[in-house]
Design a protein around this ligand. Structure first.
Ligand SMILES: O=C(O)[C@H]1NCC[C@@H]1O
Length: 333
């Protein structure tokens, strides 16, 4: 196995391992085809970098690949404890800085530099604060986000009947108020992880999702447990996103707050231009606002602008010895 070199960042506490060396060129004409190639032939590399002893249960990573949309500066393939995701807002908030700092975008402009990142769900336009020396906060415009279904009743084993909305913010999420599980903010992360995970598992068995562009984008990525404060106000709204194989997002979740704004906009709870602040389990915050109504397939959708900060935490070089069986990646949960 090759040597792997990474730059490590986090956004609101959520890790982002940016893989710079160790993967070959990925076969596929589109990002979604490249993901299929990785699923078939490169799972060992994902496990090596995401799982223990080099990662952990809640690890998150990204591989930059050549984009297939001409206006994109880079393509991004996101990975986690279960596989590959269609969108990652926290990664875009960190990657914006990384792409400018690495000189991948030539001639950066002050006070903001535009970076176009092709995500599996589509092109995400981001703007990186730049003062000529240092990069800072990043904002991005989501792909069209829409409320897929509302008030779905589901009987979750161990939790009873609850009502959920399904919303798309580059990935599909079930949105559930914490009170539906008879919990309040004193609930432990483990309890929230279990309840949200059981909800995702149950819904996956019962619900057929469709996406206007591709079947590869039509799957339930996770459940976001919220404080139920969906009506616009200047108050902070709290949520925890549990995605993939019950992985807990430390940040407020960029695609998740996009999905929440799409839900709120479609339910007439927020207007174009109104900004909300969302807080994740580490108390880190993103802001998000609906900026433009658009039509997307059969959906009335909205473009959402999300803002936040990513930070560098270091660089890593990883190796694997030929006779190391355990070191290929494992998870203890
Ligand atoms: O911010 C986000 O959108 C991502 N964070 C982890 C789960 C999502 O992909």
């Amino acid at each position: 196995m090759d040597e792997f070199v990474t730059t490590e960042m986090h956004t609101g506490g959520e890790p982002l391992r940016i893989i710079e060396k160790g993967y070959p060129d990925i076969h596929g004409a589109t990002i979604l085809e490249k993901i299929q190639t990785m699923k078939k032939t490169m799972e060992d590399k994902r496990k090596l970098l995401m799982f223990e002893p080099r990662g952990h249960y809640d690890m998150y990573g990204v591989l930059l690949v050549p984009p297939d949309i001409p206006s994109a500066d880079v393509g991004a393939i996101f990975m986690h404890n279960q596989g590959y995701s269609t969108m990652c807002g926290h990664a875009v908030l960190a990657l914006g800085r990384y792409i400018v700092d690495k000189g991948i975008v030539k001639d950066p402009t002050i006070p903001e530099t535009k970076v176009n990142i092709q995500c599996p769900c589509g092109l995400v336009e981001s703007y990186v604060k730049y003062d000529g020396k240092k990069t800072g906060a990043v904002r991005f415009f989501s792909v069209p986000a829409f409320l897929f279904a509302k008030d779905i009743s589901v009987d979750v084993p161990g939790y009873g009947k609850i009502t959920v909305d399904i919303s798309y913010g580059g990935a599909f999420y079930a949105l559930v108020a914490l009170s539906q599980y008879n919990m309040d903010r004193s609930a432990t992360i483990q309890k929230i992880r279990d309840a949200a995970g059981a909800t995702t598992d149950t819904l996956k068995k019962q619900l057929k999702l469709t996406h206007p562009d591709s079947e590869d984008l039509a799957f339930l990525y996770g459940t976001i447990v919220t404080d139920g404060k969906d009506q616009y106000s200047e108050d902070v709204s709290w949520n925890v996103c549990v995605f993939a194989e019950r992985e807990v997002d430390r940040s407020p979740c960029g695609s998740g707050v996009t999905a929440r704004i799409a839900q709120q906009y479609t339910r007439n709870l927020i207007k174009i231009g109104q900004t909300r602040t969302f807080e994740g389990p580490t108390s880190s915050r993103f802001t998000a606002k609906p900026v433009k109504e658009v039509t997307y397939g059969d959906y009335s959708a909205v473009i959402v602008e999300v803002s936040g900060n990513g930070y560098y935490t270091g660089t890593s070089k990883f190796t694997l010895e030929a006779d190391d069986k355990i070191g290929r990646g494992f998870l203890l949960n």
